[in-house]
Ligand binder design. Structure first.
Ligand SMILES: C[S@@+](CC[C@H](N)C(=O)[O-])C[C@H]1O[C@@H](n2cnc3c(N)ncnc32)[C@H](O)[C@@H]1O
Length: 474
């Protein structure tokens, strides 16, 4: 029988989870919450939800089990390869230069480390960069889930979580465990300290300025914006001067904090403590900050397949984000014209050049993603469109196009999320941008289409079961 939650019970639980762990359970996740709580009530033999919530009390015990059940612990080693490349090529070598000769250890915080893969991956990258001894380094992995931390302590893994580990890394940093499992090597484990810590209610586990690199990926997606804003403020305090902050691919500081600078590093985006305008190039050089060059320009889309021109291809030049300087406006306009004329390969080439010239310009990635998905190159389009929504989360058209690419790739659960985001953001998207894509239709019509597509994608995902729903976005 399907579990349900009456309004009062839902409000009670939602408020409890928001205040104890910052977790947001919006209306569309009400059924999920109902199913989890039904399980917990059955396991504890309690019939009344009010009495159950009142019994949760202090950390530990049933409270821990409820938090374990409501948090998503999906993770894997070397998750998000562009970020791993950015750490290897730029961030860690630069931190090595910056901290050379310093007595305090180079400190990396994996906040919301789940079952440990992220913290151990960081330790492996540190050993690759620095060798085993110098400079002194440490990785602190923290999480609110006690069961996730127990798995992390065990450091024994098998299956999908190891999929992205290169063979040489397996050989170098793991030893065989029971069955087909692999155990993280002692040299890696020696660098990692695991601690129970609630990012929302506990004081930061570091003094001001103690952290050099803070990795908090795929954690704030479950928090409200005010909770995330407060957390980012604490991260800012914990980071040292010019310290780095790595968020998940769908988490951005857009409209949350101006106290960090967004840097494109290869195919990843990384934040550095300090406002962009506050530093001159000379100051940056004095601080030892590496120049980061986008590598996207080297990539070329595969040749176009013949595809029908979509109804949304009538692109007139649209204004670009007012808060971004445009280094290559000619290229972007030319890309839009090529798209409107149906010259998709040209549009993609021009848009890619615009992205390379101005790597923080969301609109260039939107045009690139649009051109690529029109050529049925949805995998490549995903990359561009994810960057677009990362740089400008209020860009309704980018969410809409991303939803389409995901749906065509069979990633229905993620498509539903993107369509919902499109429906929510389209009314606030700059009118000229929307108009250019709509060719005369009303915004409200597209919002309705997005809501319908979100529902049907969610139904398809539910019909396919946990394989589709659990598919990771990065
Ligand atoms: C999806 S996992 C992300 C793991 C890893 N960072 C990654 O990206 O692969 C999210 C983690 O955040 C943790 N989390 C959720 N709320 C938290 C809180 N208030 N304090 C600390 N950790 C929290 C969950 O327990 C879970 O392990």
């Amino acid at each position: 029988m399907r579990a349900t939650l009456q309004d009062e019970d839902y409000d009670l639980l939602r408020d409890y989870l928001a205040s104890t762990a910052g977790l947001v359970f919006a209306e569309h996740r009400r059924d999920t919450l109902a199913a989890i709580v039904a399980d917990r009530l059955a396991a504890t033999g309690m019939a009344d939800l009010r009495a159950y919530v009142a019994s949760l009390g202090e950390p530990g015990g049933e409270r821990e089990r409820l938090l374990d059940a409501v948090t998503v612990q999906e993770t894997q080693f070397f998750r998000n390869l562009p970020q791993m490349d950015a750490l290897r090529s730029t961030v860690l070598p630069e931190l090595a230069r910056r901290t050379a000769g310093r007595r305090r250890p180079l400190t990396v915080w994996s906040a919301g480390c789940s079952t440990g893969e992220e913290a151990y991956t960081l330790a492996m990258l540190l050993i690759e960069t620095y060798g085993r001894t110098s400079p002194p380094v440490r990785v602190i992995g923290t999480d609110v889930s006690a069961s996730a931390l127990r798995t992390a302590q065990h450091a024994t893994y098998s299956g999908r979580t190891l999929a992205a580990v290169p063979p040489t890394t397996r050989e170098r940093f793991f030893r065989p465990g029971p069955g087909r499992a692999l155990v993280v090597g002692d040299d890696v484990r020696a660098l990692v300290e695991l601690r129970a810590h609630n990012l929302v209610t506990d004081p930061p586990p570091f003094g001001p300025g103690e952290v050099d690199l803070l990795v908090c990926r795929n954690v704030t997606i479950y928090f409200s914006r005010p909770t995330t804003r407060r957390l980012i403020g604490r991260f800012h305090d914990a980071l040292g001067e010019d310290g780095y902050l790595l968020l998940g691919h769908s988490e951005t500081l857009w409209q949350l904090s101006d106290a960090f600078t967004l840097l494109p590093v290869g195919d990843a985006f990384i934040y550095r403590k300090g406002a962009a305008a506050a530093r001159t190039p000379r100051q940056a050089a004095a601080a030892g900050i590496a120049l980061v060059t986008p590598r996207g320009a080297r990539r070329r889309p595969r040749p176009a397949r013949a595809v029908p021109r979509p109804a949304t291809a009538s692109l007139a030049p649209a204004p670009v984000s007012p808060h971004r300087a445009v280094a290559a406006p000619g290229l972007l306009d030319a890309a839009r014209r090529a798209l409107s004329a149906g010259d998709y390969a040209d549009a993609a080439r021009l848009a890619q050049a615009a992205c390379a010239g101005e790597p923080l310009l969301a609109e260039a990635y939107v045009v690139l993603g649009h051109a690529l998905s029109t050529m049925a190159l949805d995998e490549a389009a995903l990359d561009a469109l994810r960057k677009a929504v990362y740089l400008e989360p209020g860009h309704g058209i980018a969410h809409f196009l991303l939803g389409g690419a995901l749906a065509r790739l069979g990633q229905h659960s993620l498509a539903a999320v993107s369509y919902r985001a499109a429906a929510a953001t389209l009314p606030g998207t700059r009118p000229a941008t929307v108009e250019a894509y709509l060719g005369g239709r009303a915004v409200a019509d597209l919002v309705e289409v997005c809501e319908r597509l979100a529902r049907s994608s969610a139904e398809l995902s539910a019909a396919e079961g946990p394989v589709s729903r659990g598919r990771s976005a990065s």
